[in-house]
Design a protein around this ligand. Structure first.
Ligand code: DGY
Length: 428
């Protein structure tokens, strides 16, 4: 890959962000993902904030061009046509002016906004306050949507209705729930991803049949959240999603202290308390991690995946929990060339090259390290950051990495890997 010949990796990372820029927004990578993706953009915005605050704001501003009237920020905004991706806007059949998908993705947006705002304030960027205020209102509307649409029973955990919402599409965490979803589809499946990337590194065809079955079902619900909630066979109160929402809520609350009203502050504080309480109940001492809840079967999702550690970004663990979670992350990483695997090597579901069933993702390490630092486990955070930076320096800005060999996998010249490199390199 050409960027490996570039002596300065930070320059190479910035060049990838420039190359993937399509006019104020960034595609995750050319061809494989030719539109704007929700959580990719939030991570990318944090990368941009290190060297171009205006561009960082633009990334979030372009994303909310896709925000729905009910507050949802969709997982894909189809700003411009492309025929290199399936499923495109015609399959989603949503009604938004700028075409979008009909599902969402982890709300890293609020976390990014706080960071961009703080950088802008430090550098005295003109119009920063006005831009932050507008984005703050968009984020607040989206958080309200999350609680209203995805925790209607008030359990303090928000649910995903589609594996694509989690961002961890084919994680073993979804295997049992996804098995309930029929493989029949109304839409003809024309996968494009396996034309860009080795199929052994992607979800299986059967996974795609179930993914598209759910898209068909929700389109028939007219994308109405209540109808979807009532009809779906796939409903998981997800600790990774809830943790990101809780952390983003804390970050919005921080912004609201200067920029929000009294009502907004108390609304965000209540929201935060509800989510942290909900998450705290999901700790399992026998597993040394948090577990999601399958709302259809009523069962804990015990499959070991990275999601079990993401609550560290939102919850302050007690001493015993902190020791246990740290030891567990080390156990997953021991013997690996690069950690943290998204599924540990001792799990029967482990596949070191298949997408979310084992590979290491730089942005997941970024979140895990933020969580470790928040919980005062600086040493392990630094080790993981260094390992991630070295993996990228060895293999390039790939989508993900084989934990057993360090090999770079999936798409290359990946925007969020470039952003993660810029952020983690400064820390390591
Ligand atoms: C894909 O197409 O692989 C995406 O992860 C769905 O958003």
């Amino acid at each position: 890959m050409d960027h490996l010949n570039t002596p300065n990796m930070e320059e190479a990372a910035r060049a990838i962000l420039a190359r993937n820029d399509r006019g104020g927004y960034t595609v995750p990578t050319d061809r494989l993902y030719p539109f704007q993706w929700n959580w990719d953009s939030a991570f990318v915005a944090m990368g941009f904030a290190l060297f171009d605050v205006d561009r960082a704001y633009r990334e979030l501003e372009r994303l909310i061009e896709g925000q729905w009237a009910d507050g949802m920020i969709p997982h894909i905004v189809f700003h411009a046509p492309s025929d290199t991706y399936f499923p495109g806007p015609e399959v989603w059949g949503t009604r938004h002016a700028v075409p979008t998908s009909g599902i969402t993705q982890p709300p890293v947006f609020g976390m990014a906004l706080r960071q961009i705002h703080e950088t802008a304030t430090t550098f005295g960027t003109p119009d920063a306050e006005e831009r932050t205020r507008a984005l703050f209102q968009a984020a607040l509307r989206s958080h309200r949507w999350w609680l209203r649409a995805r925790d209607p029973d008030g359990i303090g955990l928000v649910s995903i209705l589609h594996p694509w919402e989690s961002g961890s599409d084919n994680s073993p965490a979804w295997d049992d729930a996804l098995a309930r979803v029929p493989v029949t589809t109304k839409t003809v499946i024309r996968r494009k991803d396996t034309g860009h990337v080795d199929p052994s590194m992607r979800p299986r065809d059967e996974d795609y049949q179930r993914f598209i079955h759910l898209v068909d079902l929700y389109r028939e619900c007219g994308w109405d959240p209540q109808r979807q909630w009532a009809t779906t066979p796939f409903k998981i109160a997800d600790v990774q999603m809830t943790a990101i929402l809780a952390r983003a809520t804390a970050d919005l609350l921080h912004l609201a202290e200067r920029l929000g009203s009294e009502e907004e502050r108390s609304e965000l504080a209540d929201m935060h308390q509800v989510l942290v309480r909900g998450l705290s109940r999901r700790w399992r001492p026998d597993l040394s991690r948090f577990v999601s809840l399958d709302l259809v079967s009523g069962q804990d999702v015990e499959a070991p995946t990275q999601a079990g550690f993401i609550p560290l970004i939102a919850v302050m663990l007690d001493g015993h929990q902190r020791g246990a979670a740290t030891a567990e992350i080390e156990r997953w990483t021991d013997g690996m060339v690069v950690g943290v695997p998204t599924t540990p090597s001792w799990s029967a579901a482990f596949e070191p090259k298949r997408y979310w069933r084992g590979p290491v993702w730089a942005v997941i390490n970024w979140l895990i390290c933020d969580g470790l630092r928040l919980n005062g486990t600086e040493d392990l955070a630094r080790r993981i950051e260094q390992m991630t930076v070295q993996a990228i320096e060895r293999a390039g800005f790939c989508e993900y990495f084989d934990p057993t060999t360090g090999e770079g996998l999936g798409g290359d010249t990946f925007s969020w890997t470039a952003a993660a490199y810029l952020v983690l390199k400064r820390r390591s």
